[in-house]
Ligand binder design. Structure first.
Ligand code: OSB
Ligand code: MG
Length: 377
């Protein structure tokens, strides 16, 4: 596909409630969007970098720089055979997976549109079993003012129909929280996510959770670590999941080789896009390692593509993909809703991402927009 023009947006949307993790609070959710124009079609992508370098070193500012000064100019006027051909064309830029993933999503949307199918259908082509039409989901609950308040928030989401709960933890807000949640909900799948806030020396704290029957413990140790997780894993009963540490299929290979985890949270943005995410899916599925799709408080544009990925057969655990109302009062696409009878969200079946963009609202939340064309490059 010949890439004729790319529009870059910086948007800012207010979350319905602040999202607090071990690396800090977030109330305003900024992100970038890419609209890639090729052969009469437009493919949309979301760069989930935030204003602060908390989860990742990338921010909306670094992503704008890397996209606008390097990645986009490298694509303008080029004929890119398909999404699989994108990574080699961008490999001259080291790192910056969140910036690259926006363009990767745009190209998968374009490829699906060119074939007249949904992104899920385009991604699932290699697998005989086909795509799931609805995927199991849960809700990720940020750090609250108290344990009592956390239990109340769990109850609210439980009443809304969510049947997998993830709680953020940090030092001092850990074992007692898990214990209170388990006491209040004896049979609910509950998991904890530390976002790298602990060290291997904290192993006794995680051993104290062994009797809580947790679904998993997500990324307790360093955000680039694989080795210490492999040392922690045999010391605890709770299944160990990696998020931050896995930036590529190679990292998944290392983690499998040294037994660093039981489960991987695949965020397509963290691994530079859906092509690499699918490689990780194939490797882990062959190795029998369960997977789920993680989230970054996406808008409807990113959420549609998360759901397409989660429809692949190897994503067997509930994803961090919640209903729109859990994040935003109003979104730049139509809302996603929870199927309350089975805690799932339906995978969009329309062509491409399968969402309708509300351009009036998109304009209202846009802080900055720039159009890049081949001639101006
Ligand atoms: O660690 O999974 C994480 C959100 C922002 C940054 C990191 C994480 C998260 C979430 C939210 O847990 C998942 C979601 O609902 O989008
Ligand atoms: Mg996480």
């Amino acid at each position: 596909m010949k890439i004729e023009r790319i529009d870059l947006y910086h948007i800012s949307m207010r979350l319905v409630s602040p999202f607090v993790t071990s690396f800090g609070p977030q109330q305003q959710r900024d992100c970038l969007l890419t609209a890639v124009h090729a052969e009469g079609l437009t493919g949309w992508g979301e760069c989930v970098a935030t204003n602060d370098p908390g989860y990742s070193y990338e921010t909306t500012g670094t992503a704008w720089h890397i996209l606008g000064d390097f990645l986009i100019p490298a694509l303008l006027g080029r004929d890119i055979a398909g999404p699989e051909a994108l990574a080699p064309a961008l490999s001259f830029v080291r790192g910056h997976p969140l910036a690259k993933a926006a363009l990767d999503q745009s190209l998968w949307d374009l490829a699906a549109q060119a074939d007249g199918v949904s992104m899920s259908a385009r991604l699932v082509e290699p697998y005989a079993e086909g795509a799931k039409s609805r995927v199991p989901v849960g809700v990720s609950i940020g750090i609250q003012s108290s344990i009592g308040r956390t239990v109340e928030v769990i109850r609210e989401y439980y009443e809304q129909g969510y049947r997998r709960i993830k709680l953020k933890i940090k030092p001092g807000h850990d074992v007692a929280l898990g214990r209170a949640a388990r006491a209040a909900f004896p049979d609910l799948p509950i998991m904890l996510d530390a976002n790298s806030a602990f060290r291997l020396e904290d192993a006794p704290l995680f051993q104290a959770m062994d009797d809580l029957n947790l679904l998993m413990l997500e990324q307790p140790l360093g955000y680039e670590d694989i080795y210490d997780h492999s040392l922690l894993r045999p010391l605890i009963k709770t299944p160990l999941c990696l998020d931050e540490s896995i930036h590529s299929d190679d990292h998944a290979r290392y983690a499998l080789a040294i037994g660093a985890c039981d489960i991987i949270n695949v965020k397509p943005s963290r691994v530079a896009g859906w092509t690499e995410a699918r490689r990780i899916h194939d490797r882990c599925r062959a190795a029998g390692m369960p997977l789920w799709v993680g989230g970054m408080l996406e808008t409807g544009i990113g959420r549609a593509a998360q759901l397409a990925l989660a429809s692949l057969p190897g994503f067997t655990l509930p994803g961090d993909i919640s209903a729109t109302e859990r994040y935003y009062e109003r979104d730049i696409t139509g809302p996603f809703t929870l199927n309350t009878e089975d805690s799932t969200i339906s995978v969009p079946s329309g062509v491409g991402l399968g969402v309708e963009i509300d351009h009036d609202y998109l304009n209202a939340v846009t802080l900055r927009r720039e159009t890049f064309t081949a001639s101006a490059a």
